[in-house]
Design a protein around this ligand. Structure first.
Ligand SMILES: Cc1cc2nc3c(=O)[nH]c(=O)nc-3n(C[C@H](O)[C@H](O)[C@H](O)COP(=O)(O)OP(=O)(O)OC[C@H]3O[C@@H](n4cnc5c(N)ncnc54)[C@H](O)[C@@H]3O)c2cc1C
Length: 369
């Protein structure tokens, strides 16, 4: 049985993302993210092929804009190789120009295994498979807690539609993961979800020729965010973004979305205030790119200097569920906890969509006897 509070599948992060298949370039070798991204992209591409889901392994170029970033790019290539990625190659200027004629780079790395996909189609297919195999999906059924919090033998899931006895609960509540943990276990969550809105712009059709595939900057290794990048969408169009702006509402997709309870919740968490105080420059820079088109453009121009404001139009936005620890650090790795008959996916940020099938297999193998 699947309980989903919204009227359909994937109304939040899983359909408000870049639609990129990530293959594990960035992540600490040996981490859960590294393992599950590498396994995940292979399972996801296999699943897409099997079910005719629109996707394309078009490859990605990661661009270093100066000498400092060139050193980070060398480190990334090392990480990627350690994580088992195939075909990584530094491009010389001629090769870069053939692939992405408008991109300017001090150095660039080709990651040929990455691609693009329609994640909404992935979720629709999963929903159909669940129904066809005798499962049930209850939309509009917000889970409010569980009745036998201390019992290791099964649980009773309390939802807005009624109560359902189950052997085991697997909670994947994204932006509400910490709240559902508290509601179901009665315990204080070991981390807190902080929402970071990611805003996109689109390239006007006449400017789409400036991007052929995926073009990413070298990310700041301190943060789990990959930086404003260019994405060819699987159904056409070119997207630029996302930035990473601290949001005042967990499911707030517009700048004007503010939730008083969410804001009070965030301000009352020492980890949130510690994060902000330690990362003032980053936080202010991302806010600036939300408020000023010029600041947003500046991030894009690092890779494609010819892009101008009149070539951009407003795009969509997504909100990342990013776990923050009490000391203010961003939790980099996936975090999954078992408590009696409950399993909680507490932190599944990017590349959580790519890795989703591998995360499911990992839960079955490691948490369910
Ligand atoms: C801007 C952005 C860009 C990204 N880009 C990429 C990318 O290119 N590639 C990639 O692999 N990953 C990307 N990610 C990350 C990826 O989207 C997430 O890791 C993934 O979607 C997380 O899936 P999830 O199921 O944990 O969360 P979600 O998709 O948010 O799903 C959680 C679900 O739980 C439901 N829910 C919450 N509380 C309750 C409750 N009490 N009762 C019932 N239902 C509840 C919600 O309605 C929601 O449907 C991106 C994320 C963002 C925001």
């Amino acid at each position: 049985m699947v309980f989903e509070k919204e009227p359909g599948p994937g109304r939040h992060q899983s359909s408000h993302n870049s639609g990129v298949l990530h293959c594990g370039l960035y992540y600490q070798p040996g981490s859960l993210k590294a393992r599950l991204a590498v396994d995940g992209i292979r399972s996801m591409i296999g699943f897409c092929r099997q079910h005719d889901i629109p996707h394309e392994v078009c490859g990605k170029v990661v661009v270093a804009s100066d000498e400092r970033e060139r050193r980070f790019l060398d480190d990334l290539a090392g990480r990627g190789a350690a994580n088992g990625l195939q075909g990584l190659a530094f491009l010389d200027q001629a090769a870069l120009r053939r692939r992405e004629p408008f991109v300017r780079a001090a150095a660039s790395l080709l990651v040929p295994e990455e691609g693009i996909v329609d994640y909404q189609a992935v979720m629709n297919t999963l929903a159909t498979l669940i129904m066809n195999r005798g499962g049930s999906i209850f939309y509009g059924s917000r889970v409010t807690g569980q009745k036998s919090a201390h019992g290791a033998e099964g649980a009773v899931v309390a939802t807005l539609l009624g109560e359902y006895p189950v052997d085991l609960m697997v909670c994947c509540a994204g932006l509400h993961a910490d709240r559902l943990y508290r509601q179901c276990t009665g315990l204080r969550p070991p981390l807190r979800i902080v929402p970071f809105r990611g805003e996109y712009r689109m390239l006007r059709p006449e400017a789409e020729k400036m991007v052929n595939h995926l073009v990413y900057p070298v990310p700041d290794p301190q943060y789990p965010f990959l930086g404003v990048h260019f994405t060819r969408l699987v159904h056409g169009g070119r997207e630029i973004g996302p930035n990473a702006v601290l949001a005042l509402k967990r499911e707030g997709y517009r700048k004007s979305d503010i939730s008083l309870p969410d804001t009070i919740d965030a301000l009352a968490y020492p980890g949130f205030l510690r994060f902000v105080s330690k990362n003032l420059r980053f936080t202010a820079g991302e806010f600036a790119s939300s408020l000023s088109d010029q600041a947003f453009l500046g991030k894009a121009r690092k890779m494609i200097p010819e892009i101008s404001l009149d070539q951009l139009v407003p795009g969509t936005a997504g909100v990342r569920a990013q776990a923050v620890a009490a000391d203010g650090s961003l939790v980099m790795d996936f975090r999954i906890l078992r408590h009696g008959s409950q399993i909680h996916v507490l932190n599944a940020p990017s590349p959580g969509a790519t890795a989703s099938l591998a995360i499911a297999a990992h839960i079955v193998d490691h948490y369910i006897e």
